[in-house]
Write a protein that binds this ligand. Structure first.
Ligand SMILES: *Cc1c(COP(=O)(O)O)cnc(C)c1O
Length: 359
């Protein structure tokens, strides 16, 4: 047995910590923004039958171009997109990693607006890309002025804007995306992992036409209730997909992943039927927490960042004692809570109400 630091590890990885949201088995898991609703039986049966078909050819490598899946994703997204403008990978994390391999790397710089998704800095460090963090404004909002100034100052090769932003829930207007695009000569990645939860018609997909350096990252892990299947995807100019081909591993999407994703997409309207209920639970959570004197931030996603918590560690542990897992993302006086089913949301509201009134 040896220690990590005794190994001849790359210098830039020394002292780094891996991504590590705790994976605990509890009755109410509201910590990683999954869709907590189960997939219905008939859809599961259809997915299984397509997996069975894929298994018949499992002795062969899968379609390296996953053309059929790219077609299904283009149809799902609409906006006149075609399969040549779609790329997919094992989760949008792998999409981001491939983007950093293609457009980042040693001597290159990435920029994002913090607090934001923790994987950006981890992927920057694993690809030896310099990562610049610019703080968000009041209530974690970002506006054109802040974004344009940051881009002009730092001249990044990759700018990432998460919309709605994780972990704050903050939506970003299309005006901000347009201004960011104008300000940079690098690529602009809009991470829309939570786009389906937004009621506003504010997807940056509508801006793709004529903007060949604009990349929109999506995932089936959140609204689609498909986190375990690991399917993320990208919509961009077809030249961007050619860039991804330079860095992807051959056959990176298994035949089983392709089959499962296509089956799920064939049922997209049923798969997304829970989204409206989740929005309702999110809004109920917001109002209840506000009524308790806490300070929830506005959210267009399926979670809420809650401020005004005196002792977040204490509350995190007290909730866990009751079988409820939420997330402490390290922002002082806050916890992040996923909007789950009605029953799960009621459970977390009741538990927090009791903790707050016990004070
Ligand atoms: C959850 C999340 C992802 C999704 O990652 P997958 O690898 O697709 O599961 C991407 N971006 C953000 C901001 C997220 O919160």
């Amino acid at each position: 047995m040896t220690e990590l630091n005794d190994l001849p590890l790359r210098d830039s990885l020394r002292g780094k910590a891996p991504y590590g949201a705790p994976q605990l088995h509890v009755p109410v898991a509201l910590n990683v923004n999954e869709n907590t609703h189960e997939i219905s039986e008939p859809i599961l049966v259809d997915i299984i039958s397509r997996l069975a078909l894929a298994l018949k050819d499992i002795n062969r490598y899968p379609d390296r171009e996953f053309t059929s899946l790219r077609n299904s994703l283009a149809n799902y997204l609409g906006h006149g997109l075609t399969e040549s403008q779609i790329w997919a990978a094992n989760g949008s994390n792998e999409i981001l990693q491939q983007l950093f391999m293609a457009f980042g790397g040693p001597g290159r710089k990435a920029l994002s607006f913090t607090p934001t998704y923790s994987m950006y800095s981890i992927i920057a460090s694993s690809t030896d890309t310099q990562y610049v963090e610019v703080g968000r404004g009041d209530r974690y909002e970002i506006n054109e002025g802040l974004v344009v100034e940051a881009i002009k100052t730092h001249q990044p090769h990759i700018t990432i804007i998460c919309s709605p932003n994780n972990p704050t829930g903050t939506p970003v207007s299309l005006e901000v995306i347009k201004a960011a695009y104008e300000a940079t000569s690098g690529i602009l990645v809009v991470d829309e992992a939570y786009a389906e939860f937004s009621l506003n018609d504010d997807s940056a997909l509508s801006l793709l036409e004529g903007r060949e350096r604009l990349l929109i990252s999506r995932t089936m892990s959140k609204a689609f209730a498909f986190a375990g299947a690991r399917v993320g995807y990208l919509a961009a100019d077809s030249a961007v997909c050619d860039a991804m081909r330079l860095v992807r591993l051959p056959y990176h999407l298994s035949a089983l992943t392709q089959a499962a994703a296509e089956a799920a997409l064939a049922h997209s309207s049923e798969m997304l039927r829970t989204v409206e209920d989740i929005r309702e639970q999110r809004d109920r959570l917001y109002v209840s927490l506000q009524d308790l004197g806490l300070d929830p931030y506005r959210s267009d996603a399926n979670f809420i960042l809650v401020g005004g918590i005196e002792d977040p560690d204490g509350m995190w542990k007290a909730l866990l004692d009751q079988g409820i897992l939420v997330r402490n993302v390290g922002i002082p006086n806050t916890l992040r809570i996923t909007a789950g089913t009605e029953a799960e949301t009621s459970a977390v509201i009741a538990a927090i109400t009791e903790l707050v009134s016990a004070k």
